[in-house]
Write a protein that binds this ligand. Sequence first.
Ligand code: FCB
Length: 478
Amino acid sequence: MPYDTHPDPADPTAGLPPTFRWGVATSAYQIEGAVDEDGRTPSIWDTFCQREGAVADGDDGTVACDHYHRMPQDVALISDLGVDTYRFSVSWPRVQPGGRGPVNPRGVAFYDRLVDELLGAGVDPWVTLYHWDLPQELQDAGGWPERDTAYRFADYAMLVLDRLGDRVDTWTTLNEPWVSAWMGHVTGEHAPGWRDLQAGVDAVHHLLLGHGLATRRMRAAAPRPLRFGITLNLSTIDPATDTEPDRAAARRAEGLATRIYLDPLRHGRYPDDVLADLGSRRVAPPVRNGDLEIISAPLDVLGVNYYFGQVFAGTDEAGRTTDADGAPVTRYVEQDGPRTAMGWPINPERLTELLVRTARDYPGLPIVITENGAAFHDVADDDGFVRDEDRADFLARHIAAVAAAHRRGVDVRGYFAWSLMDNFEWAFGYGRRFGLVRVDYDTQRRTPKLSARWFGDTVRTFRARGDAAEVARSAGAP
Ligand code: FCB
C-alpha cells in the first residue's frame, strides 16, 4: 500500500511538537512481586499461574522484578533515561484487598511513595487503574461477566483517586479491555482462562461500563482538572486480498477487536454489523437502559498500544468460506517479513496508517501511544550488557511512524516504550524480554541495554532541538 510519508529512522522525532511526551510503561503484576505482603490478596493472575500448563515454564509473578522492594532504584533508572512520564498500573488487590470495602492503607502507601519519588525525579506519573489483575474474590463472585464488577471497579477507582488525585494528572481506567475480555474469556489464554463467547461479550460490556462509571465519578470528584482516558490495543486489520470474503472477514475481525470498544466509547452505540454477527451466534451484549450514555462519557485522551498490523482472510486453507458449523471463516493470515521473538511481524508503517485511520474514524480525541516495543532474543555479555540494536531499530522505526502520522495531521501527543525493564510477560512468563533495561532474575540486577541509551539520547536530542527553537523564538527569530 502506498504512503505519502516514510519513516526516517535516522531522525525519527523530526516534526514532533516540543510538548510531545516521552515515557516508559510497566504494569503491577508484571514487575512488583510481593504478592502476599502488606495485606495484598490474590488476583486472578496469581490463581491462573498455578493452573497446569497455563504459563510457560510454570512461571508466576510471586517475585517478578521485585519492584515492590526496589522501587526507588527503578525510579532512578527511569529518571536516567531522561523521559518525562512513567506509566504504571495500580494493583487492585493491593489497594482494596478482595475488591470491596475500605482502602488498605499499607497497600496504597506504596503508590503514594512511588508518586512522590517520581515527582521528586521530575517524572510525571501516569496511572492505569486496571492492567488485568482482578481480585480473585471478585472473580469468585462472577468476575467481569458479572455486572456488579463494573460498580466494584468504580468504587476502587475512587479510592485511588482519593489518595493520589492531588498529584497524578492523567488517569487511564483500563488497559486493553480486548485482552481481558477475549483472551480471558473466549480463547482462555489469559486469566481467568474461560472459553465462552457469551461470557466474553458480557465481559466487554461490563469492562466498558466500569470504565464509564469510574470516569464519571472520578471527573465529578476530581480535586482539580485531571485528564481521563482508556488504553486500547489497536491494530490495522486488513483483508488479505480485495475479494468479498476477505473484506468481510477483515470487517468482522475489526468489529470485535476495535469497533466494539471505540463505537460505544465515542458514539454511544455498538456497531450494527457486530451485533448482527454476534446475533447469528446467539450472543448479545447485556445492555441496560442508560449504559451506553455512561460508557460514552467524555474522554481527554485515547491511549493506543500498538505492536503489529494484522491481515485476515475469509477462506480457510482449502478455500472454503464457511466452517464445520456453517459460520463464516475469519482466518488470521501470517505475513512474510521480519518478526520479533513473539513471532509478531515488524511493520511500523502500519502504525502510521492505524493512527490516520483512528483519527479519521474517531475524531476529536488526542492520542498517546501508551505502549510500543518488542521482545528479541537478547544476549547479555559478562557485564550483563545487551547490544540490542534490533530493539533500538524497532523503536526508531515506530517513533518515525508516529512522526509521520503527526505530519499527516493526527493529534498524537506522546510515545511510551514498553517496557522499562524485562518482566513477567503473562502466558509467556519470563522467557520473553521487552525491557530497555535487562533484569537478571537470579540477582535482580538491572543493566540498561543499548536500546535504553538510544532512547535516552533520542529524547535528549529532541528536547535540545525544542530548547534551541524556543531560544530562537524568544530572540525574535521568525
Ligand atoms: C500488551 C500488554 C503489556 C505487555 C505487552 C507486550 O498487550 O498491555 O502488559 O504484555 O503487550
